[in-house]
Design a protein around this ligand. Structure first.
Ligand SMILES: NC(=O)c1ccc[n+]([C@@H]2O[C@H](COP(=O)([O-])OP(=O)(O)OC[C@H]3O[C@@H](n4cnc5c(N)ncnc54)[C@H](OP(=O)(O)O)[C@@H]3O)[C@@H](O)[C@H]2O)c1
Length: 247
């Protein structure tokens, strides 16, 4: 099958390209650095020629809620319109588990806009809501790190290995459109502060972590809101296994 991956140079996109190629598919890679821009539509028609299915694993800039919603809205509209012109038969969106239970996070508002457009749009679709990735904790700590100190919220998450997310996307995009897929999660709940501490230790970095609900993530993300829902698909790789391989 000829399949396009939007966000093909990113964390999940690159692994999805690799999983699809391992399975013998022909993959078209979409990203700005490869000359295709979802937000302007530049290069999209040429990229989607002959493509049967698309995985959207792209990301947007970190900014305020209005700009994030506008960014994801424009990029998703451009992608769906180009898919319709090209005769694509299946659009797969990588989304976030618990998205509809959390208000007040700009990125989540942008992803909700993507989901709204995909589910109301012209393409047969599957939305795959994934929990936080195993590398999420270290990434969040890096956003605030100054002079060896970083703040981080003690989120309760059930993280998943990036390669496991990619395997699910590669499987889903080669199947029939299914609408909203079950949440996709890793095997065990974790505390984000503890995950960050262990990831930093494993990479030999000394950073003091200050737990807080007054930083990037507030109390609206506390409790069980980020945990996978009923009937979730549980991927195999534990955080420990991922850490042992990544360190
Ligand atoms: N991090 C988590 O724990 C988590 C959990 C669940 C779901 N998600 C979702 O997973 C998705 C992918 O995340 P990720 O961490 O893999 O992303 P990432 O590593 O930041 O990669 C983003 C990709 O999108 C491309 N891109 C960005 N803007 C573009 C544009 N205007 N046109 C074309 N390509 C563009 C980037 O390439 P260029 O820069 O070259 O354009 C890159 O290939 C996100 O939507 C996120 O919400 C994340």
């Amino acid at each position: 099958m000829r399949i396009a991956v939007a966000g093909a140079t990113g964390n999940i996109g690159a692994l999805t390209v690799a999983a699809l190629e391992r399975a013998g598919h022909e993959v078209v890679r979409i990203s700005r650095s490869l000359g295709v821009d979802l937000s302007t539509g530049e290069g999209l028609d040429a990229a989607l020629a002959g493509v049967e299915a698309v995985v959207d694993a792209s990301n947007g800039p970190a900014t305020d809620e209005a700009e994030t919603v506008a960014y994801f809205g424009a990029s998703t509209r451009n992608l769906l319109a180009a898919e319709e012109r090209a005769g694509v038969r299946h659009h797969v969106l990588l989304s976030i588990a618990g998205l509809h239970r959390v208000k007040g996070n700009p990125h989540y508002a942008g992803k909700r806009e993507q989901e709204r457009l995909v589910s109301a749009g012209p393409m047969p679709w599957t939305i795959v809501p994934a929990t936080q990735f195993h590398d999420f904790a270290a990434m969040v700590a890096s956003w605030t790190e100054r002079d060896g100190v970083a703040t981080i919220a003690p989120l309760l998450v059930q993280p998943i290995a990036p390669a496991d997310v990619a395997d699910v996307l590669a499987e889903v995009v080669t199947g029939e459109p299914r609408g909203r897929h079950a949440d996709v999660a890793g095997p065990e709940p974790q505390d984000l502060v503890d995950m960050a501490r262990r990831t930093l230790e494993a990479s030999g970095r000394v950073v003091k972590l200050v737990p807080t609900w007054s930083g990037l993530f507030g109390p609206e993300m506390a409790g069980n809101v980020l945990l996978p829902g009923d009937g979730a698909r549980i991927a195999p790789t534990t955080f420990e296994e991922w850490l042992a391989k990544s360190a």
